[in-house]
Design a protein around this ligand. Structure first.
Ligand code: 5HM
Length: 322
């Protein structure tokens, strides 16, 4: 059990690195692994790693979580935030395994909205043990040379002691890279579901079939594990309000910023009708647009970011922002 994800990350990474059970090469990639790894986080809202060496990309984290939450599977969208995403796409337009949002909101042939199903079940029977959103789909293994098979099997929600706990189940997780964005996105989904149900966030439980580190990352992992203790921050909590409407508005502007059709300063962001929590995320996207398109950084806007976001941005893009 750990208080925050930052605590869990360093400890699990060290354990896989120093005490692997197996060395092998699935699909030809050398790695070390441990099977059936799990941990619990007491404060799932504290979902960021603050390492100076393994630099969290807070922009990608929010972009990916919102990609899931809005049921999007577009490669265009996600590759603007991460240039390596096209490597996983079979058709150059969508992602099939990694685009969990399509699974959550449009599952299978029946186009099932699993979010609504789970919400309904928990409203009817808060003690339920059936509130599962399935992600991995058996048909993914029947596709020849599939580049993108869901690593996540599913997410399970529990109302316990009046709070919303969540358990995630993954068949495979990269303990150095993938886990950082996975835990971020899953716990944000947990927090959004908690708000939907008017509950506080409870615990988060992470369960993984194979937790591994790829061999080319070994040197870098060693540096991260040798790092002195660094500063940590407090992330803001999602407010109790019309979050779906906020997300809708946020993503309306996100599309314009991503396509460089609009520039937004602090004043423009305040006039969107977004609440402060969501304004901060729009401000992050606006600054990322300036970085991505090599525009002059709006220093006033940057100064309006919460200290935690300023820290993460400078850590990731020191030469552009310092
Ligand atoms: O051969 P396989 O399909 O398992 O390769 C996918 C790799 O991406 C695995 O190492 C898995 O740990 C990592 N991964 C992750 O950690 C992939 C996804 C995408 O679903 C993810 N987290 N969310």
């Amino acid at each position: 059990t750990y208080e925050t994800f930052d605590d869990a990350y360093v400890s699990v990474l060290a354990d896989i690195y120093h005490h692997p059970e197996y060395f092998n090469e699935p699909r030809g990639f050398s790695s070390r692994e441990k099977l059936a790894v799990n941990f619990k986080i007491n404060q799932p809202t504290q979902r960021v790693v603050y390492s100076r060496k393994r630099k969290t990309n807070i922009i990608f984290n929010f972009a990916e979580a919102l990609w899931y939450i809005t049921g999007n599977n577009s490669l265009d969208y996600i590759s603007y935030y991460n240039q390596r995403m096209p490597d996983y796409s079979m058709d150059g337009q969508t992602l099939t395994g990694t685009a969990y949002g399509t699974k959550l909101f449009h599952f299978g042939e029946g186009n099932l909205n699993q979010w609504q199903n789970v919400k309904k079940i928990l409203l009817q029977d808060p003690d339920s043990k059936r509130a599962v959103m399935q992600i991995f789909d058996a048909t993914e293994l029947t596709i020849e040379r599939n580049l993108d098979v869901s690593c996540t099997l599913g997410l399970q929600f529990f109302v316990r002691n009046g709070r919303l706990d969540m358990v995630s189940y993954m068949r495979a997780n990269d303990a150095f890279r993938g886990i950082v964005s996975d835990v971020f996105s899953f716990t944000l989904i947990q927090e959004l579901m908690a708000r939907d149900l008017h509950l506080e966030v409870g615990h988060y439980y992470h369960n993984v079939g194979t937790m591994h580190i790829y061999e080319p990352d070994n040197q870098w992992v060693k540096h991260v594990l040798a790092e002195e203790r660094y500063d940590t921050f407090e992330l803001p909590k999602m407010p109790n309000e019309e979050n779906w409407q906020m997300i809708n508005t946020l993503m309306y502007y996100e599309e314009k910023l991503r396509n460089n059709k609009l520039l937004m300063d602090w004043q423009a962001i305040q006039q969107t009708g977004l609440s402060p929590y969501w304004q901060q995320i729009l401000a992050l996207f606006s600054i990322y647009q300036m970085i991505h398109y090599h525009q002059k950084i709006d220093r006033i806007l940057f100064q309006k970011l919460l200290p935690v976001y300023q820290y993460l941005m400078i850590n990731k893009w020191p030469t552009v922002l310092a």
